[in-house]
Design a protein around this ligand. Sequence first.
Ligand code: SF4
Ligand code: SF4
Ligand code: FES
Length: 320
Amino acid sequence: MAKITLDIFRFDQAVDDIPHRDKVALEIPETITVLDALEFAKAEVDGSISFRRSCRSAICGSCSMNINGVTGLACKTPCNTVLRSDGTIAIDPMPNFQPMKDLVVHMDPFWDKYTRLKPYLQPPDRDEDNPTERRVSPDDMKKLVEVANCVMCATCYALCPVVSVDPAFAGPAAIAYAYRFVEDVRDGQTKERLGQINDDYLWLCAHCYACSYCPKHVEPHDRIVDVKRRTVQESVHMNERGPRHALVVNKTIKQTGMLGETEVIQGTVGRFNIRGLLKVAPLGLRMASKGKLPPIFLRPIPKVDEVRTIFESLEVPTLK
Ligand code: SF4
Ligand code: SF4
Ligand code: FES
Protein backbone atom coordinates (compact mmCIF):
# COMPACT_ATOMS: atom_id res chain seq x y z
CA MET A 1 0.00 0.00 0.00
CA ALA A 2 1.17 3.54 -0.73
CA LYS A 3 0.08 6.95 0.52
CA ILE A 4 -1.11 8.84 -2.55
CA THR A 5 -2.80 12.25 -2.61
CA LEU A 6 -5.04 13.12 -5.53
CA ASP A 7 -5.01 16.87 -6.16
CA ILE A 8 -8.30 17.26 -8.03
CA PHE A 9 -9.75 20.18 -10.02
CA ARG A 10 -13.22 20.93 -8.68
CA PHE A 11 -15.88 23.03 -10.41
CA ASP A 12 -19.62 22.84 -10.77
CA GLN A 13 -20.98 25.11 -13.48
CA ALA A 14 -24.37 25.12 -11.74
CA VAL A 15 -23.08 26.79 -8.58
CA ASP A 16 -19.43 27.88 -8.92
CA ASP A 17 -18.02 31.05 -10.45
CA ILE A 18 -14.44 29.87 -10.25
CA PRO A 19 -12.82 26.45 -9.80
CA HIS A 20 -10.95 25.30 -6.69
CA ARG A 21 -8.88 22.20 -5.88
CA ASP A 22 -9.42 19.41 -3.35
CA LYS A 23 -6.70 17.17 -2.01
CA VAL A 24 -7.83 13.62 -1.28
CA ALA A 25 -5.38 11.45 0.67
CA LEU A 26 -5.65 7.73 -0.01
CA GLU A 27 -3.90 4.55 1.01
CA ILE A 28 -3.98 2.38 -2.09
CA PRO A 29 -1.72 0.03 -4.06
CA GLU A 30 0.48 2.27 -6.19
CA THR A 31 0.08 0.01 -9.21
CA ILE A 32 -3.66 0.67 -9.61
CA THR A 33 -4.74 3.03 -12.36
CA VAL A 34 -5.53 6.70 -11.87
CA LEU A 35 -9.13 5.85 -12.73
CA ASP A 36 -9.27 3.23 -9.99
CA ALA A 37 -7.76 5.74 -7.57
CA LEU A 38 -10.52 8.21 -8.50
CA GLU A 39 -13.14 5.49 -8.05
CA PHE A 40 -11.68 4.77 -4.62
CA ALA A 41 -11.74 8.48 -3.69
CA LYS A 42 -15.37 8.75 -4.85
CA ALA A 43 -16.48 5.60 -3.03
CA GLU A 44 -14.58 6.15 0.22
CA VAL A 45 -14.05 9.90 0.64
CA ASP A 46 -16.22 12.21 -1.46
CA GLY A 47 -19.11 10.89 -3.54
CA SER A 48 -19.52 14.20 -5.33
CA ILE A 49 -16.26 13.91 -7.35
CA SER A 50 -17.40 13.71 -10.99
CA PHE A 51 -15.65 12.08 -13.93
CA ARG A 52 -16.62 10.03 -16.98
CA ARG A 53 -15.77 6.36 -17.36
CA SER A 54 -17.29 3.15 -18.56
CA CYS A 55 -15.08 0.29 -19.76
CA ARG A 56 -12.01 0.67 -17.48
CA SER A 57 -9.96 -0.94 -20.26
CA ALA A 58 -9.13 1.79 -22.84
CA ILE A 59 -12.00 0.88 -25.14
CA CYS A 60 -14.82 3.37 -24.56
CA GLY A 61 -12.72 6.57 -24.69
CA SER A 62 -14.62 8.20 -21.80
CA CYS A 63 -11.93 8.76 -19.18
CA SER A 64 -9.50 11.13 -20.90
CA MET A 65 -8.23 13.79 -18.48
CA ASN A 66 -5.12 15.75 -17.66
CA ILE A 67 -2.84 13.81 -15.33
CA ASN A 68 0.09 15.84 -14.02
CA GLY A 69 -0.27 18.12 -17.04
CA VAL A 70 -0.37 15.37 -19.66
CA THR A 71 -3.67 14.33 -21.24
CA GLY A 72 -4.38 10.62 -21.40
CA LEU A 73 -6.76 7.83 -20.46
CA ALA A 74 -6.99 7.50 -16.69
CA CYS A 75 -7.82 3.80 -17.00
CA LYS A 76 -4.57 3.20 -18.92
CA THR A 77 -2.33 5.17 -16.55
CA PRO A 78 -0.96 3.35 -13.49
CA CYS A 79 -0.47 5.67 -10.52
CA ASN A 80 3.16 4.65 -10.03
CA THR A 81 4.07 5.86 -13.55
CA VAL A 82 2.92 9.42 -12.84
CA LEU A 83 3.36 9.82 -9.09
CA ARG A 84 5.26 12.99 -8.16
CA SER A 85 8.10 12.82 -5.65
CA ASP A 86 5.81 14.37 -3.01
CA GLY A 87 3.30 11.53 -3.47
CA THR A 88 0.65 13.61 -5.31
CA ILE A 89 -1.07 13.26 -8.65
CA ALA A 90 -2.68 16.42 -10.07
CA ILE A 91 -5.84 15.65 -12.04
CA ASP A 92 -7.53 18.22 -14.25
CA PRO A 93 -10.15 18.20 -17.01
CA MET A 94 -8.92 17.99 -20.61
CA PRO A 95 -7.67 21.31 -21.96
CA ASN A 96 -9.39 22.81 -25.04
CA PHE A 97 -12.79 21.98 -23.48
CA GLN A 98 -15.10 23.89 -21.15
CA PRO A 99 -15.42 22.13 -17.79
CA MET A 100 -18.94 21.14 -16.81
CA LYS A 101 -18.44 19.42 -13.44
CA ASP A 102 -15.02 18.54 -12.03
CA LEU A 103 -13.34 16.35 -14.68
CA VAL A 104 -16.42 16.17 -16.92
CA VAL A 105 -16.21 18.56 -19.89
CA HIS A 106 -18.56 19.80 -22.61
CA MET A 107 -17.74 17.60 -25.60
CA ASP A 108 -20.12 19.29 -28.09
CA PRO A 109 -17.47 21.13 -30.20
CA PHE A 110 -15.54 17.88 -30.59
CA TRP A 111 -18.61 15.90 -31.69
CA ASP A 112 -19.83 18.70 -33.97
CA LYS A 113 -16.56 18.66 -35.89
CA TYR A 114 -16.57 14.89 -36.05
CA THR A 115 -20.13 14.63 -37.41
CA ARG A 116 -19.59 17.48 -39.91
CA LEU A 117 -17.06 15.25 -41.69
CA LYS A 118 -19.75 12.54 -42.14
CA PRO A 119 -18.05 9.61 -40.38
CA TYR A 120 -19.98 6.88 -42.17
CA LEU A 121 -19.70 5.04 -45.45
CA GLN A 122 -21.36 6.69 -48.46
CA PRO A 123 -21.08 4.10 -51.24
CA PRO A 124 -21.78 5.03 -54.85
CA ASP A 125 -25.24 4.13 -56.13
CA ARG A 126 -25.65 0.40 -56.47
CA ASP A 127 -26.16 -1.00 -59.95
CA GLU A 128 -29.49 -2.74 -59.32
CA ASP A 129 -29.13 -4.84 -62.49
CA ASN A 130 -25.79 -6.14 -61.34
CA PRO A 131 -25.72 -6.08 -57.54
CA THR A 132 -22.42 -7.34 -56.19
CA GLU A 133 -20.63 -7.34 -52.89
CA ARG A 134 -18.33 -4.41 -52.28
CA ARG A 135 -15.16 -6.24 -51.42
CA VAL A 136 -12.01 -4.78 -49.86
CA SER A 137 -8.65 -6.41 -50.44
CA PRO A 138 -6.47 -7.20 -47.39
CA ASP A 139 -3.99 -4.55 -48.58
CA ASP A 140 -6.71 -1.88 -48.80
CA MET A 141 -8.03 -2.92 -45.40
CA LYS A 142 -4.59 -2.59 -43.79
CA LYS A 143 -4.72 1.17 -44.32
CA LEU A 144 -7.95 1.40 -42.32
CA VAL A 145 -7.28 -0.91 -39.40
CA GLU A 146 -5.11 1.44 -37.38
CA VAL A 147 -7.45 4.43 -37.65
CA ALA A 148 -10.51 2.27 -36.98
CA ASN A 149 -9.04 1.74 -33.49
CA CYS A 150 -9.86 5.35 -32.60
CA VAL A 151 -12.03 5.38 -29.46
CA MET A 152 -12.94 9.08 -29.78
CA CYS A 153 -11.33 9.86 -26.45
CA ALA A 154 -10.38 13.39 -27.63
CA THR A 155 -6.91 13.15 -26.08
CA CYS A 156 -5.35 14.35 -29.35
CA TYR A 157 -7.84 17.21 -29.61
CA ALA A 158 -7.05 18.31 -26.06
CA LEU A 159 -3.33 18.31 -26.86
CA CYS A 160 -3.62 20.30 -30.11
CA PRO A 161 -2.25 23.86 -29.84
CA VAL A 162 -4.03 24.93 -33.04
CA VAL A 163 -7.44 24.00 -31.58
CA SER A 164 -6.60 26.14 -28.55
CA VAL A 165 -5.94 29.25 -30.67
CA ASP A 166 -8.39 28.61 -33.53
CA PRO A 167 -11.49 26.64 -32.52
CA ALA A 168 -12.57 26.51 -36.19
CA PHE A 169 -9.89 23.89 -36.90
CA ALA A 170 -11.47 20.44 -37.21
CA GLY A 171 -8.76 18.91 -35.03
CA PRO A 172 -6.77 15.70 -35.33
CA ALA A 173 -9.41 13.12 -34.40
CA ALA A 174 -12.05 14.31 -36.87
CA ILE A 175 -9.53 14.50 -39.73
CA ALA A 176 -8.07 11.08 -38.88
CA TYR A 177 -11.54 9.58 -38.86
CA ALA A 178 -12.42 11.29 -42.13
CA TYR A 179 -9.26 9.71 -43.58
CA ARG A 180 -10.74 6.32 -42.72
CA PHE A 181 -13.53 6.99 -45.25
CA VAL A 182 -11.40 8.86 -47.78
CA GLU A 183 -9.24 5.75 -48.08
CA ASP A 184 -12.10 3.24 -48.01
CA VAL A 185 -12.43 1.83 -51.53
CA ARG A 186 -16.16 1.25 -50.93
CA ASP A 187 -16.84 4.96 -50.45
CA GLY A 188 -18.04 7.14 -53.31
CA GLN A 189 -17.62 10.62 -51.85
CA THR A 190 -13.85 11.08 -51.80
CA LYS A 191 -13.70 14.51 -53.43
CA GLU A 192 -16.64 15.84 -51.44
CA ARG A 193 -15.04 14.62 -48.23
CA LEU A 194 -11.69 16.18 -49.08
CA GLY A 195 -13.46 19.44 -49.94
CA GLN A 196 -15.22 19.45 -46.57
CA ILE A 197 -11.99 18.71 -44.68
CA ASN A 198 -10.38 21.63 -46.52
CA ASP A 199 -13.27 23.85 -45.52
CA ASP A 200 -12.68 22.78 -41.92
CA TYR A 201 -9.17 24.23 -42.03
CA LEU A 202 -7.13 21.10 -42.72
CA TRP A 203 -4.14 23.21 -43.67
CA LEU A 204 -4.02 24.97 -40.30
CA CYS A 205 -2.32 21.90 -38.81
CA ALA A 206 1.11 23.08 -37.67
CA HIS A 207 2.69 19.59 -37.74
CA CYS A 208 3.81 19.91 -34.16
CA TYR A 209 3.23 16.20 -33.43
CA ALA A 210 1.57 16.95 -30.06
CA CYS A 211 -1.31 14.70 -31.14
CA SER A 212 1.01 11.77 -31.74
CA TYR A 213 0.43 10.90 -28.08
CA CYS A 214 -2.63 8.79 -28.94
CA PRO A 215 -3.47 5.95 -26.53
CA LYS A 216 -4.71 3.79 -29.41
CA HIS A 217 -1.78 4.45 -31.80
CA VAL A 218 -3.96 5.99 -34.48
CA GLU A 219 -1.14 8.48 -35.22
CA PRO A 220 -3.58 11.25 -36.20
CA HIS A 221 -0.74 13.51 -37.31
CA ASP A 222 0.32 11.00 -39.95
CA ARG A 223 -3.29 10.65 -41.10
CA ILE A 224 -3.45 14.45 -41.54
CA VAL A 225 -0.38 14.27 -43.77
CA ASP A 226 -2.06 11.45 -45.73
CA VAL A 227 -5.22 13.56 -46.20
CA LYS A 228 -3.16 16.52 -47.40
CA ARG A 229 -1.32 14.29 -49.85
CA ARG A 230 -4.59 12.87 -51.14
CA THR A 231 -6.04 16.39 -51.48
CA VAL A 232 -3.17 17.30 -53.79
CA GLN A 233 -3.44 14.02 -55.72
CA GLU A 234 -7.15 14.58 -56.27
CA SER A 235 -6.59 18.28 -57.13
CA VAL A 236 -9.15 19.44 -54.58
CA HIS A 237 -9.20 23.19 -53.83
CA MET A 238 -5.80 23.59 -55.47
CA ASN A 239 -6.19 27.35 -55.77
CA GLU A 240 -6.44 27.76 -52.04
CA ARG A 241 -3.54 28.80 -49.89
CA GLY A 242 -3.00 25.52 -48.04
CA PRO A 243 -2.21 23.26 -50.99
CA ARG A 244 -0.41 26.06 -52.85
CA HIS A 245 1.79 26.65 -49.82
CA ALA A 246 2.73 22.96 -49.59
CA LEU A 247 3.52 22.75 -53.30
CA VAL A 248 5.60 25.91 -53.46
CA VAL A 249 7.60 24.82 -50.39
CA ASN A 250 8.35 21.56 -52.21
CA LYS A 251 9.26 23.47 -55.36
CA THR A 252 11.80 25.79 -53.75
CA ILE A 253 13.48 23.00 -51.81
CA LYS A 254 13.69 20.83 -54.92
CA GLN A 255 15.16 23.70 -56.97
CA THR A 256 17.69 25.03 -54.48
CA GLY A 257 17.96 22.60 -51.57
CA MET A 258 16.64 25.38 -49.30
CA LEU A 259 13.35 26.98 -48.35
CA GLY A 260 12.90 30.04 -50.61
CA GLU A 261 10.78 32.10 -48.24
CA THR A 262 10.20 35.01 -50.63
CA GLU A 263 8.95 32.68 -53.34
CA VAL A 264 6.90 30.73 -50.79
CA ILE A 265 5.03 33.92 -49.82
CA GLN A 266 4.43 34.90 -53.44
CA GLY A 267 3.44 31.39 -54.47
CA THR A 268 1.09 30.94 -51.52
CA VAL A 269 -0.65 34.30 -51.82
CA GLY A 270 -0.51 34.36 -55.65
CA ARG A 271 1.97 36.38 -57.70
CA PHE A 272 -0.81 38.47 -59.29
CA ASN A 273 -2.99 38.70 -56.20
CA ILE A 274 -2.21 42.37 -55.54
CA ARG A 275 -4.67 42.68 -52.66
CA GLY A 276 -3.25 39.57 -50.97
CA LEU A 277 0.34 40.73 -51.45
CA LEU A 278 -0.51 44.15 -50.03
CA LYS A 279 -1.88 42.39 -46.93
CA VAL A 280 1.45 40.66 -46.25
CA ALA A 281 3.51 43.74 -47.20
CA PRO A 282 3.56 45.13 -43.60
CA LEU A 283 5.09 41.86 -42.41
CA GLY A 284 7.76 42.15 -45.13
CA LEU A 285 8.50 45.73 -44.09
CA ARG A 286 8.79 44.72 -40.43
CA MET A 287 11.18 41.92 -41.38
CA ALA A 288 13.23 44.33 -43.53
CA SER A 289 13.46 46.81 -40.66
CA LYS A 290 14.91 44.06 -38.43
CA GLY A 291 17.32 42.85 -41.12
CA LYS A 292 15.42 39.55 -41.43
CA LEU A 293 14.26 39.81 -45.04
CA PRO A 294 15.06 36.53 -46.80
CA PRO A 295 17.05 36.75 -50.06
CA ILE A 296 14.90 37.14 -53.19
CA PHE A 297 17.04 34.79 -55.27
CA LEU A 298 18.56 31.65 -53.79
CA ARG A 299 21.58 29.95 -55.26
CA PRO A 300 21.27 26.13 -55.23
CA ILE A 301 23.34 24.44 -52.56
CA PRO A 302 26.23 22.16 -53.59
CA LYS A 303 24.95 18.65 -54.36
CA VAL A 304 21.40 19.92 -54.94
CA ASP A 305 21.12 17.04 -57.41
CA GLU A 306 20.98 14.68 -54.45
CA VAL A 307 18.02 16.62 -53.02
CA ARG A 308 16.28 16.46 -56.41
CA THR A 309 16.87 12.73 -56.59
CA ILE A 310 15.09 12.30 -53.24
CA PHE A 311 12.14 14.37 -54.47
CA GLU A 312 11.94 12.38 -57.68
CA SER A 313 12.20 8.99 -56.03
CA LEU A 314 9.44 9.95 -53.57
CA GLU A 315 7.39 11.50 -56.41
CA VAL A 316 6.87 14.64 -54.33
CA PRO A 317 4.44 16.98 -56.13
CA THR A 318 5.55 20.59 -56.61
CA LEU A 319 3.99 23.83 -57.85
CA LYS A 320 4.30 24.06 -61.64
S1 SF4 B 1 -7.04 9.60 -32.59
FE1 SF4 B 1 -6.31 8.65 -30.70
S2 SF4 B 1 -6.24 10.32 -29.22
FE2 SF4 B 1 -7.48 11.03 -30.92
S3 SF4 B 1 -9.58 10.56 -30.34
FE3 SF4 B 1 -8.83 8.80 -31.52
S4 SF4 B 1 -8.01 7.40 -30.02
FE4 SF4 B 1 -8.24 9.35 -28.97
S1 SF4 C 1 0.16 17.96 -35.51
FE1 SF4 C 1 -1.50 19.29 -36.22
S2 SF4 C 1 -3.39 18.34 -35.45
FE2 SF4 C 1 -1.66 17.40 -34.33
S3 SF4 C 1 -1.50 18.60 -32.46
FE3 SF4 C 1 -0.08 19.54 -33.94
S4 SF4 C 1 -1.29 21.13 -34.96
FE4 SF4 C 1 -2.76 19.81 -33.88
S1 FES D 1 -12.95 3.99 -18.95
FE1 FES D 1 -13.19 3.47 -21.04
S2 FES D 1 -11.40 4.27 -21.95
FE2 FES D 1 -11.07 4.59 -19.85
